[in-house]
Design a binder for this molecule. Structure first.
Ligand code: PMH
Length: 389
């Protein structure tokens, strides 16, 4: 059966994620209201906007006051351009030097993280073109970035002397901004300031803060912040969650519908390995979601909400299906909320992250592309998947 919401359905399966763009907008505005007015909001939409939908989130964030987007790879930036997103896009990760002409053509800003990279990029960059760059400083994250004042000066000189290159910004990234102890954070910040002050000319856009630093460290905001997780309504860590100055609203929810409901007698088994045995007569429902959707086998035992009540996943999670012990007999087609609220009960992304012994960032990211995303916009659920193509 074609799934239908307001007669706009576009998929043929009873599992879907719903991303509340009104909440994304509210989060962007809430975070912005905590920042000085002249601090730019760079919306981090890498990894398909942390699994939420790249162009849909990008448009919502831009509408709510973001002025720039950031992604990890050039492919992600090009995908946004294909979906007619014209805002400035910064690629945070390492791009291949041989691809710089494509970035220049599409007005995509690349990161310079090493002198050698820049030299190679200059070798292949065409004449009469402009490549916009941000310099990345490694102040202690140990990932990519320029590590000495000498290297920074050399890079600054190379850019200054090449009219095809335009230095638009400079940034660093913190390793511990989401911790209450700010010793290491302050070391990184001090080093960033030192590197900045060694430059001949300050680039236009200077940024260092992720969500945690943007919300917790006013001293590190410079003139732009790069916000990811908080825009999606999630706290950067459990440690700083109680301290956050802004009320964040989770945007990602996940639903499925019972496709089969049956009564099992005491002793009957469920799923691969026949590891679950009904302890008594029970009602069991089957959901069309499994590990290939990112609802991984470690989630066995996790509860879902059916009929407003918590219902545990029993037996092993299969590739495309899993089974739940129902509170009572319910009709086929009943909605199961895997992430989100139902009646008085709620299952947060943090609950799933805790079950998986991981961080909340990972949860929407691992819900695979096989799970269709619907969008809540102006209070209505809409299919924005085709309208942006
Ligand atoms: N800037 C850079 C360079 C990042 O890598 C990230 C997130 C952000 C900003 C946004 O951080 P936030 O979501 O905490 O606001 N990067 C990652 C990462 O590589 N692994 O987890 C988060």
């Amino acid at each position: 059966m074609k799934f239908s919401l307001d007669e706009q359905g576009f998929f043929y399966r009873d599992t879907w994620a719903e991303v509340d763009l009104d909440r994304v907008r509210m989060n962007v505005k809430g975070i912005k209201s905590h920042l000085p007015e002249d601090v730019e909001f760079i919306a981090v939409v890498k990894a398909n906007a942390y699994g939420h939908g790249d162009s849909q989130v990008a448009e919502a964030a831009l509408e709510a006051g973001a002025s720039m987007l950031a992604v990890a790879f050039m492919d992600e930036a090009l995908a946004l351009r294909k979906k007619r997103i014209t805002a400035p896009i910064l690629v945070l990760g390492a791009s291949r030097p041989e691809d710089v002409n494509i970035a220049a053509e599409e007005g995509i800003i690349l990161t310079v993280f090493q002198e050698e990279w820049l030299a190679k990029a200059q070798d292949v960059l065409k004449k009469n073109t402009t490549l916009m760059l941000h310099i990345k400083i490694d102040t202690g994250m140990g990932r990519i970035g320029i590590r000495s004042i000498e290297e920074l000066k050399a890079v600054e000189r190379l850019i200054e002397e090449d009219e095809r290159l335009q230095l638009h910004g400079i940034y660093t990234h913190y390793a511990t901004a989401d911790e209450l102890d700010d010793t290491y954070f302050n070391k990184q910040l001090a080093l960033f300031r030192k590197m900045l002050s060694s430059m001949e000319k300050q680039p236009l856009v200077v940024h260092s803060s992720n969500s945690a630093a943007a919300l917790m460290h006013a001293d590190a905001q410079f003139n732009a912040v790069r916000v990811g997780i908080a825009m999606y309504g999630l706290a950067p860590s459990m440690e700083i969650q109680p301290e956050l100055p802004v009320d964040l609203q989770e945007a990602f929810t996940l639903y499925s519908r019972l496709v089969h409901v049956k009564k099992l007698d005491k002793g009957e088994k469920v799923s691969y390995g026949a590891t679950y045995e009904a302890p008594e007569e029970i009602w069991v429902g089957t959901l069309p979601i499994g590990y290939a959707d990112g609802w991984i086998r470690r989630l066995q035992g996790q509860e879902v909400l059916v009929d407003g009540k918590r219902s545990p996943i029993i037996g092993r999670i299969c590739m495309d299906q899993c089974m739940v012990k129902l509170p009572n007999e319910v009709p086929v087609g009943t909605i199961a909320t895997l992430i989100g609220s139902q009646g008085k009960e709620a299952i947060s992304i943090n609950e799933i992250a805790s079950k998986l012994e991981t961080i909340n960032y990972e949860v929407p990211c691992i819900i695979s592309s096989r799970v269709p995303r619907l969008y809540r916009q102006d209070g209505k659920v809409v299919d924005l998947n085709n309208s942006l193509l």
